[in-house]
Design a binder for this molecule. Structure first.
Ligand code: NAD
Length: 362
């Protein structure tokens, strides 16, 4: 197995957590005599500072010809000027667009030994294991017009929520396929009582369901979904939702497990890599965590589990992915903790030390 993995570490804790994921991937590479090439490129704030662009051309080209892309995080207070023409997040949206990524998959699984970190009572967490499938290319983040207009003495800010039917059809099909590979329950989340795009979303969900008779579809309003995620999260198997709702619900779902630092994600498009697998982009769900950046205390597990997803979906290395996931679970079960998941009586490990523990168990 030969693979070219483009690494865009980005800002804040991005470089720290991607470094650790690379160490884990290099351990797999050695163990199985594979050949992984890691090609490092700029994105986000550091790319703006160095090149003036949030997504430099060479990063874009490298990503498009890679087998997979591993991303850290972008952004931070240094670039938070709302008047700035280019923002770090532009790099993120641009790479998703350039790689034609339309789906973001975020598995959320409660880890029993970490139940003390969760804001939910342990009995609500038992058996929580679901996947959120979020649409990435449409909706409020990309619709136009998107501008500010002077209207007399007032300034009008405008964003537009827009979806093409084909954008909804392809994400819906993927979500049904994901549900088929799991417990066969799909919750399609919308706001069909208010939004036109949501009414179209719901019609397409119902139409798509006809092709998947083995999957049970339920249509859930986004406000109800937000409530159920904290009241009864174990009732969910797969959720599919549009871009903005997905952005919000996935953060809500993330805290169920106890820390933003624990969860991985994968984004897929229509393109295959040279192995005939997904040309995916893999990243932890957290941001650049500027409050803890540079201190060697960030939890690298979300990025390490993203690397496991990379092996599974972009390289077809299911066993190796499973090996990493098992090593992470073992390390946690055996008391390894970073500061964000600290527990009385257990030593707090640094970013590097917890990775050492995971690597030991590989
Ligand atoms: P954040 O996810 O960076 O941090 C939220 C909280 O979680 C912070 O207290 C942080 O310390 C903690 N946290 C995050 N990752 C952690 C880790 N690996 N280990 C331990 N604790 C962790 O969200 P934010 O503070 O709202 O945003 C910070 C910056 O990141 C902003 O500039 C934002 O725009 C950007 N952001 C980027 C992405 C991305 O690159 N995909 C996503 C979200 C936010």
């Amino acid at each position: 197995m030969q693979a070219i993995i483009v690494v865009v570490a980005g800002d804040g804790v991005g470089p720290e957590v991607t470094n650790e994921a690379i160490r884990v991937l290099k351990t797999i590479e050695r163990k199985f005599s594979y050949s992984f090439t890691f090609s490092h490129h700029l994105i986000g704030g550091i790319a703006i500072d160095t090149t003036g662009k949030a997504l430099p051309d060479d990063t874009l080209q490298a990503a498009q010809s890679a087998d997979a892309v591993l991303l850290g995080a972008v952004g931070g207070p240094k670039w938070d000027n709302t008047q700035a023409k280019t923002r770090p997040e532009d790099g993120l949206l641009a790479i998703r667009k350039a790689m034609k990524l339309y789906a973001n998959l975020r598995p959320v699984r409660a880890i029993p030994v970490l139940a003390y970190c969760s804001p939910l009572r342990p009995e609500l967490l038992e058996g929580v294991d679901f996947m959120v499938v979020r649409e990435l290319t449409g909706g409020l983040y990309f619709g136009t017009p998107k501008e500010r207009r002077q209207e007399g003495t007032a300034v009008l800010g405008i964003d537009t929520m827009a979806y093409y039917d084909y954008e909804i059809k392809r994400i819906m099909k993927l979500a049904f396929e994901v549900a088929q590979g799991r417990r066969k329950q799909l919750a399609s989340v919308d706001k069909a009582n208010v939004l036109e795009t949501s009414r179209m979303w719901r019609e397409i969900a119902i139409e798509t369901a006809k092709g998947f008779p083995d999957v049970t579809l339920s249509n859930v309003l986004v406000d109800t979904a937000a409530m159920r995620l904290v009241m009864a999260p174990k009732q969910f198997d797969v959720l599919v939702t549009e871009n903005t709702f997905g952005d919000i619900l996935t953060d809500e779902a993330a805290v169920l497990t106890g820390s933003m630092g624990l969860l991985p994600s994968a984004s897929f498009g229509e393109e295959a890599n040279r192995h005939g697998k997904q040309l995916g982009l893999y990243e932890p769900i957290h941001g650049s965590a500027p409050d803890i950046a540079g201190k060697d205390i960030a939890n690298p597990i979300g990025t390490i589990l993203s690397a496991a997803m990379l092996l599974r979906y972009s390289l077809g290395l299911e066993n190796e992915a499973h090996l990493i996931e098992t090593a992470v679970e073992q390390a946690l079960n055996e008391g390894c903790r970073t500061a964000d998941i600290k527990q009385d009586g257990l030593k707090i490990l640094s970013t590097v030390e917890i990775t050492d523990e995971i690597i030991k168990r590989l």
